[in-house]
Design a protein around this ligand. Structure first.
Ligand code: ZN
Length: 366
């Protein structure tokens, strides 16, 4: 293997800036990879003035996938992880991966990655070669196995084109899903589910899944039910922008193609409706499927464009998403993962395109 260059042990760092979300100008100190507010003698000042956010979050980022296919070699996996890091995404949730990129956990220059195992789907009902494919009778066992392979998440494919029907259709029955969620939760894992259409959602939400990925088929009823259950939505808007292209390549399945176009046309409205109903909405790009890595800022801007206030779009891709995934924000003792900007990103999200400083695990990486 190609070992990552080991940077020297981190020196104490000092940053001064406006901390978000509190919007207070403060001095921040970094020692041993953690944050503190007490002055540290001799700390090197690496930011004087600017805005300091908890590292950005891409909560739907397939390290190991690329638009030209799976990437399974260590150099390729590391390059994807670094691309996300350099865009400010210091925490990734990888919702389904054919590669075990766990060697990256030992690389201090790599973003933190929270993994589901592999996607779980039925035969012929997902992208070929990516998922663990099981019939419904094998779902619970597959969930148990993938929960053990991941970091507290499993990923189900909830709907996909059924070529016999020529349209999107659910993969699993209500009973299958209740059992899958029960087994996952018993194993300490949350359940993320890929879904595009309307029909899979009532049973998924009723079964208590923890996050809906894409979710373009959410109706007012399933939004209300999801909000009542406290389930989250990761709408992957930058990738939903590809739906018309998917439709144009699906001319053999005109009902499916028309459905995908319709879902694309209503996607912005559905995300806004979910947000307004109180569903927690988080930033995820779906990098690696049809899109390259490193698009976290574009997804935050897209969330704002469909109606989230800029501060809430930022929260969806920073402090709120970190909390959702189990990591603190800019608190005493929190991991020193910081994305710093020269201007206030709440006033102009385009600022996210050019971080002034990135500190990861207590080291300046940019
Ligand atoms: Zn995905």
């Amino acid at each position: 293997m190609t070992a990552a260059a080991q940077p020297p042990a981190p020196a104490a760092l000092h940053l001064r800036g406006v901390l978000l979300p509190e919007a207070e100008e403060r001095d921040l100190y970094v020692t041993g990879g953690g944050l503190g507010f007490e002055p540290v003698p001799g700390a090197e000042t690496v930011l004087r003035g600017g805005w300091i956010l908890p590292g950005l979050v891409d909560a739907h980022c397939h390290v190991s996938l690329s638009p030209s296919g799976p990437v399974l070699d260590e150099d390729g996996l590391r390059a994807q992880a670094y691309t996300n890091r350099d865009a400010g995404a210091l925490l990734l949730r990888n919702p389904g991966s054919p590669a075990d990129a766990r060697f990256l956990d030992g690389d201090p220059a790599a973003p933190r990655i929270i993994r589901a195992g592999r996607h779980i789907a039925r035969p012929m009902r997902y992208e070929r070669g990516l998922a663990v494919e099981v019939e419904p009778a094998g779902l619970a066992a597959a969930v148990t196995e993938q929960a053990a392979a991941g970091d507290g998440w499993v990923k189900l494919v909830g709907d996909w084109i059924d070529r016999d029907k020529g349209d999107l259709a659910p993969l699993w029955s209500a009973e299958d899903l209740v059992e899958a969620v029960r087994v996952a939760h018993a194993a300490g894992a949350r359940v993320a589910v890929h879904t595009f259409g309307e029909d899979a959602l009532p049973d998924l939400v009723a079964a208590g899944v923890d996050s809906i990925e894409h979710g373009t088929g959410l109706t007012d009823d399933t939004i209300a039910a999801l909000a009542a259950r406290g389930g989250a939505l990761v709408p992957t808007l930058v990738n939903v922008a590809n739906f018309p292209g998917i439709a144009s390549r699906a001319s053999r399945y005109p009902a499916y193609a028309e459905h995908m176009r319709r879902l694309h046309a209503t996607a912005a409205d559905r995300v806004r409706a979910a947000y307004e109903a109180g569903v927690p909405v988080y930033c995820g790009t779906d990098a690696g499927g049809m899109l390259p890595h490193g698009l976290v800022a574009a997804e935050i801007r897209a969330l704002h464009a469909v109606g989230l206030p800029a501060a809430d779009a930022l929260a969806a891709g920073s402090w709120a998403a970190r909390r959702w995934l189990g990591l603190p924000g800019l608190a005493e003792g929190a991991p020193a993962d910081l994305a710093c900007y020269a201007a206030d990103p709440r006033a102009d999200l385009d600022v996210l395109a050019g971080p002034a400083r990135i500190v990861l695990r207590g080291r300046v990486v940019r």
